[in-house]
Design a protein around this ligand. Structure first.
Ligand code: CMC
Length: 435
């Protein structure tokens, strides 16, 4: 970061001015370094929703929302989705470079041999109601991991942080599959070390102990790609939540849990489930017009789920790749005429021709087609957000690790614009007014 240039803020009232350093990254807009603002001027910056605030410096992921560009460690998402497996991408996000063959073998081995859960966790999971939402179980069980793996919780040790990262990437698929099996009353399947990451998950999720599970390479590839596309997205709400939780020195499992809780909301990772529910509600292409009107109506809280993004003001590059995967999966399963997929494509076509969506630059985002692929794979819609969490876990832990290793790291402690009552005195209860 270079900081030779400055930005001057002028206060019209006091005719004071403050000169703040400008910092440049390797790509993207420059930032005004506000760290000395309060000390020098007594002013705070006000930016609820962080629409203009860079909350940290990071080397992991870059997004150009205007151009629809997404890079992990400098590599375009299209190339990674085409050429790399999810575990290669995990290595890249965690360690900064793509692995060579030996490095990948070593990494895959480590992840594979950490997929098994402490046996006591099975009993813990069985304490939940069978109809609990999978994300409610995820919040509980991932948080509980810190009670089971406290042998490596020294956050100042690079070795411990690395082991926690491997455990998280390895164990989350096992937890998700167990959550599903529990909800449908079938026995858990143990992970198998002779299978790849996605094959292992597919078997734990959809197999049963009575017979061999037959893998379908097209479906394995599709899920692998979904995980690659969800692996990181710079300072999104859940990643920022993980960083904020971690800034106090909390353990990595507790931090991941805060990310999972944030992801659950419908404006974030909950959108993939919401898209499918919306398509089912629309039901038929003849109803699309009516739903587009609802989405445009300011007095109606309905929004077109899977459309719009805080950063992308262009087609989300992940949505393009997922749409292509959607075609491949539906072709493979003989579902080319899937009514939901047809409805989604028609809805996309109509929305993209509508002035409201054009003017506000609202394009399909990653969640628009991912639900259709996941549904075709056999994943129930209430598990879609858990699948998003499976991909994003590596991003969360990579950001957490980057933050802890940063010598400039401080506890995240935003300030506020107070708009409540000014100072007042407590009155005796007998004379207090009725409100
Ligand atoms: N349908 C209808 N209108 C919309 C939509 C939508 N999906 N998204 C944004 N708008 C309108 C919004 O009403 C606002 O209009 P106006 O300027 O007249 O008030 C304008 O577009 C800007 O929207 P915003 O809410 O100020 O933008 P934001 O950056 O705060 O919100 C968003 C981004 C993703 C929360 C929002 O676009 C949205 O709610 N989309 C639907 C939910 C969704 O698909 N979420 C997944 C996001 S991508 C994956 C992830 O992050 O998990």
């Amino acid at each position: 970061m270079n900081n030779k240039r400055h930005y001057t803020l002028n206060d019209d009232n006091s005719s004071s001015s403050y000169s703040l350093p400008l910092l440049s990254g390797s790509l993207g807009p420059d930032v005004v370094d506000m760290r000395s603002l309060y000390r020098e001027s007594g002013l705070f910056a006000f930016d609820p929703g962080f629409t203009s605030t860079a909350s940290c410096a990071s080397k992991i992921t870059y997004i150009d929302g205007e151009a629809g560009i997404l890079l992990y460690r400098g590599y375009p998402i299209e190339q990674l989705a085409e050429s790399c497996s999810f575990l290669e991408v995990c290595y890249l996000l965690l360690y900064g470079d793509l692995p060579n063959e030996d490095e990948l073998d070593g990494f895959v081995h480590r992840v594979t041999y950490h997929t098994l859960l402490h046996d006591q966790l099975n009993y813990f999971l069985k304490g939940f109601r069978r109809d609990a939402h999978p994300m409610a179980i995820m919040v509980g069980v991932v948080g509980a991991l810190s009670a089971f793996y406290h042998d490596a919780l020294d956050i100042n040790s690079q070795e411990d942080r690395d082991l926690s990262a491997i455990r998280i990437i390895a164990k989350i698929p096992t937890i998700i599959a167990m959550t599903y099996k529990y909800s449908i009353g079938l026995p858990f399947l143990f992970p198998r070390n002779d299978l790849g990451y996605v094959e292992n998950f597919m078997r734990m999720m959809f197999g049963n102990p009575c017979e061999e599970y037959r893998q379908n390479p097209v479906l394995v590839r599709a899920l692998d790609r979904i995980l690659v596309l969800h692996a990181d997205h710079e300072q999104n709400a859940s990643t920022s939540t993980v960083r904020l939780a971690g800034s106090s020195g909390a353990n990595p499992y507790a931090c991941l849990t805060s990310g999972i809780a944030c992801l659950w909301g419908p404006a974030h990772g909950g959108a993939n489930e919401a898209v499918l529910n919306m398509l089912q509600e629309i039901g038929d292409s003849s109803n699309i017009g009516q739903y587009i009107e609802k989405a445009k109506d300011k007095n109606d809280p309905f929004r077109l789920m899977g459309f719009g993004h805080r950063v992308y003001k262009n087609y989300d590059p992940r949505a393009k790749l997922i749409r292509q995967t959607c075609h491949e999966v539906l072709d493979e399963l003989g579902l080319k005429d899937d009514p939901l997929f047809k409805l989604a494509m028609e809805l996309e076509r109509i929305a993209l021709e509508d002035d409201y969506f054009i003017d506000k630059k609202l394009y399909p985002n990653v969640d628009f087609y991912s639900g259709i692929v996941l549904k075709a794979l056999g994943v129930p819609s209430n598990m879609f957000t858990a699948m998003f969490a499976m991909g994003r876990s590596v991003g969360w832990i990579a950001h957490w690790d980057e933050m802890i290793a940063d010598p400039e790291q401080k506890i995240g402690r935003p300030r506020q614009l107070y708009t409540g009552e000014p100072r007042r005195n407590v009155e005796p209860i007998a004379v207090r007014k009725h409100h």
